[in-house]
Design a protein around this ligand. Structure first.
Ligand SMILES: NC(=O)c1ccc[n+]([C@@H]2O[C@H](COP(=O)([O-])OP(=O)(O)OC[C@H]3O[C@@H](n4cnc5c(N)ncnc54)[C@H](OP(=O)(O)O)[C@@H]3O)[C@@H](O)[C@H]2O)c1
Length: 325
C-alpha cells in the first residue's frame, strides 16, 4: 500500500471524516491536524486517532503553513465557505461529494485553484477504485465492441426525518446531490463524452428536496444511460454496462471491487476482481497525493461534467436551495 507523504488537515469529524482518519492509519500514516465546528468533537477525534494538533476553529487550518492538503467533510452547502479560503491560502483541497451546490460555485472554486496552482478534487471514491481502471483498459481493448447503454440504480431507505441532512433543504439535502452524484460519476467515467441530452422526472419529499428521480441521458456518440435514485426506497447499487458483444454488471459500485462480464454470444461469464472495497479511501488518498505531486489526476473534469448535469436537472425542476435564492 502507498504511504502518506503530505500533511493533511481534516475539516469535519463526522462519519466519513472518521473513515478517512482510519484510512490514513491503515496506510501507516496519520492526519496532521483537525478542525471542526464543535471544538470538543475535534478534541475527541484527535484523542481517538492520536492526532497532534487541534485548531480552535476550522478557519485556523488555512493559516497553518505546515498544512499541505485540507480534507473537507462537512455538509454540501458549507463546502464553498471552506474551499475558497483553503485554496486562496495555497492548500490543496479534497472535498467530499457533492463538492458544491451547482456549476457556478464549482467554476469559481476551479478558477481559484488554478490561480493559486493547487489541486482541487471531489472525494469520488469510484474514480480511484482499481476495478474501474481495470474495466476501462478491458473496454479500450475493443473486444466488447462499442458501449451502447448504461443502467444505474442507487436507492437507500432513510427514515422520514426532515431535519437530517438527507431531507433538509437547509443542509442541501436531496437524492441528486447525495447519491445521484455517484450514479452520474459512474456514467461519466464510462461514457466517451458527457451527455448533451438530459430528460428527468422528480418526486419531492415533504421538505421540498428531491426524494426520487428518474433520469435519461444521451451523448453525441449515441451512448445512453438510465438512472433511478431514491432516498426512501432501497435499491441495489447496481451498474450495468451494455456493449455490442457483452455486458458488465457491477454491484455496490461506489466502492466496487467485483464485476461480472457476460459474453452475449456464448453466455459465458467471467468474474473480474480488482482492489478491495475496505481500502477505497486509501486509493483515494494515494491518488490525491499523486495529483499533488504532479503525477496523476483526480478527474475534476468529470466532476465538472457531473455538476453541470445536476445543475441542469435542478434548473429543469425549478428546484433551488436557500443559498441560491
Ligand atoms: N464519500 C463517501 O463515501 C461519503 C460517505 C458519507 C458522507 N459523505 C459526504 O461527506 C459529508 C459529511 O457527511 P457525514 O456523513 O460525515 O456527516 P456527519 O457525520 O453528519 O458529519 C458532519 C460534519 O460536518 C460538520 N458540520 C455540520 N454542519 C456544519 C456547518 N453548518 N458548518 C460547519 N460544519 C458543519 C459537523 O460538525 P459538528 O461536529 O459541529 O456537528 C461534522 O463534523 C457530506 O458532504 C456527505 O455527502 C461522503
Amino acid at each position: 500500500m502507498e504511504q502518506i507523504h503530505y500533511r493533511w488537515a481534516a475539516l469535519g469529524v463526522g462519519v466519513i471524516g472518521n473513515e478517512l482518519a482510519r484510512a490514513q492509519q491503515a496506510m501507516g500514516g496519520n492526519l496532521y491536524s483537525v478542525g471542526n465546528r464543535t471544538h470538543a468533537k475535534a478534541v475527541a477525534f484527535a484523542e481517538t486517532y492520536g492526532i497532534g494538533k487541534v485548531y480552535d476553529k476550522p478557519e485556523d487550518i488555512f493559516a497553518d503553513p505546515a498544512v499541505d492538503i485540507v480534507y473537507i467533510s462537512t455538509p454540501h452547502n458549507t463546502h464553498m465557505q471552506y474551499i475558497l479560503p483553503a485554496l486562496a491560502a495555497g492548500k490543496h483541497v479534497l472535498c467530499e461529494k457533492a463538492i458544491t451546490l451547482n456549476s457556478d460555485e464549482l467554476d469559481r472554486a476551479a478558477a481559484c485553484a488554478k490561480e493559486h496552482h493547487v489541486v482541487l478534487a471531489e472525494a469520488m471514491t469510484l474514480y480511484h477504485m482499481p476495478l474501474y481502471k481495470e474495466l476501462t483498459s478491458r473496454i479500450r481493448s475493443g473486444k466488447l465492441g462499442p458501449l451502447r447503454m448504461i443502467q444505474m440504480n442507487f436507492g437507500s431507505y432513510k427514515e422520514y426525518d426532515m431535519t437530517n441532512r438527507f431531507f433538509n433543504r437547509h443542509l442541501a439535502g436531496g437524492a441528486l446531490l447525495d447519491i445521484g452524484v455517484y450514479a452520474l460519476s459512474f456514467v461519466r467515467w464510462f461514457m466517451t463524452s458527457t451527455p448533451d441530452q438530459i430528460l428527468s422526472q422528480v418526486k419531492y419529499a415533504p421538505s421540498g428536496v428531491d426524494e426520487q428521480a428518474g433520469i435519461l441521458l444521451q451523448n453525441k456518440e449515441g451512448e445512453m444511460a438510465t438512472v433511478t435514485l431514491s432516498l426512501h426506497a432501497k435499491q441495489p447499487k447496481r451498474g450495468l454496462l451494455v456493449f455490442d458483444k457483452g455486458y458488465i454488471e457491477i454491484y455496490d459500485y461506489p466502492r466496487g471491487m467485483t464485476a461480472v462480464l457476460t459474453d452475449t454470444a456464448t453466455g459465458r461469464t467471467q468474474q473480474i476482481t480488482e482492489g478491495r472495497t475496505d481500502q477505497a479511501l486509501c486509493y483515494e488518498v494515494a491518488d490525491m497525493e499523486k495529483a499533488v505531486s504532479g503525477h496523476g489526476s483526480m478527474h475534476l473534469d468529470y466532476t465538472t461534467d457531473v455538476m453541470a448535469m445536476m445543475t441542469r436537472m435542478r434548473r429543469d425542476w425549478h428546484m433551488t436551495y436557500p443559498e441560491e435564492e
